[in-house]
Design a protein around this ligand. Sequence first.
Ligand code: AMP
Ligand code: MG
Length: 503
Amino acid sequence: MNAVLDDSVQRAGPALAWTQRFHGLGPDFYTELPAQGLPDPHWVAISETCAERLGLPPDWAQRPDWAALQVFSGNALWPGMRPLASIYSGHQFGVWAGQLGDGRALWLGEVDAPAGPLEIQLKGSGLTPYSRMGDGRAVLRSCIREFLCSEAMEALSIPTTRALAVTGSPLPVRREEIETAAVCTRVAESFIRFGHFEHFAHHDQPAALRRLADFVIERYYPDCADAAQPYAALLEAVARRTATLLAQWQAVGFCHGVMNTDNMSILGLTIDYGPFGFLDAFDPGHICNHSDHAGRYAFARQPNVAFWNLHALAQALLPLIGEPDAALAALEPYRTEFPAALLSALRAKFGLATAQEGDRELVDDLLRLMAQDRADYTITFRRLTAFDSAEGAPNSALRDLFLDRPAFDAWARRYAARLRQEGSDDAARALRMRRVNPKFILRNHLAELAIRDAQAGEFGTVERLLKVLRRPYDEHSGAGPEIEAWAGFPPDWASSIEVSCSS
Ligand code: AMP
Ligand code: MG
């Protein structure tokens, strides 16, 4: 046992195999330290599917001897947990920000779970050497947002870090107002970011940089080890995964909000849920982060920002790759793979079974109309699933979303012709389309409903919302008016919600 942790309360725990391979990187990469726990904690939310993935038994949260509530509030440790905070750097809003690090996150350890190793982190468990000006805390509001969105993204099959639980506490925390503290427990194959590489490159530590790259290749990208240039191959593999991720974000209408390089996962996962948002009315220029005054991370800019971030990663890997041209060449696939992945996702959203010339124009023309008329992104696609391709069919529910009816009618005629041309069967297509066009997404106002209830000590809304978001493509018919309303247009008050970096 590490001396620094001797004072932490050890509790019995489930029989998990802890592998702790990150520790093997050595002390250049982290500081071992205990959490600053939450006083008087209570459960706010639990993800049973995440627990299952970790290999935890169904009663894991309730067994008195395991004291999971204390463990996931930072007040106790299960045997085998060895908490640490890792060091990284990064570019924030396009500017080199210097050293950052896990300022309020604590890595508890890596579990050899049934489906492979998974790392567990607490977020909001107190000060670390990397907290800079922060207080090391997270507020209940932001933990509920991260929890719900992580699990929603998983259900949408979008690569993401997971969330196991949120615990709350009466501990006051100052943000714009006084809020209360919470801890979100998150789970991922790895929490390594582009910023980890940038850190060791910028601080001229080539040996550490190489150790990190070798670690990532060995564990997550083993095929790269056999390449002629393993580090260039790693960069290319990350570029490809990032292209896939961005295509999925754009297709579902997800805005991350803070695509700084320290918030970019080396595994192409969605990571660091802060001021994110899903599109309501379609606006390509939508800025979900109230602190992003210049709109650097506006919805339509995300794919280019990701490419910019990949250049920052390339720069960091340059000491290992050697040739700038080889590094640039490794990024090239992003240029083709992102648009190809996006078009393929859009074809599926439009129910097009074959690839034909003119598809891009057909898709873009509807998107343009949607943007012009501020049609709701999710509702438009969900209504499109019921499109009747018969000549002269009114398609009223869909048509009603548009102000420029003649323009919509002209587009609908082209779409119907395109569908008939590939012999598309309306019923079969509708079924297919409903598996890629969600009925339920985590709109800001839905998160807000769950947050307000939780702040008042009522956690049922988080639980019900989680249940619905876990099956986003289902109709949930018969679930009642509350749930049906969650699939509807945002209410007027939704536009007054301001989501900023403050979390
Ligand atoms: P973010 O914009 O949330 O990705 O955070 C950027 C950096 O600030 C990361 O290194 C975080 O760990 C750190 N940070 C953010 N909020 C806090 C906080 N309340 N206390 C300590 N560090 C923080
Ligand atoms: Mg971050």
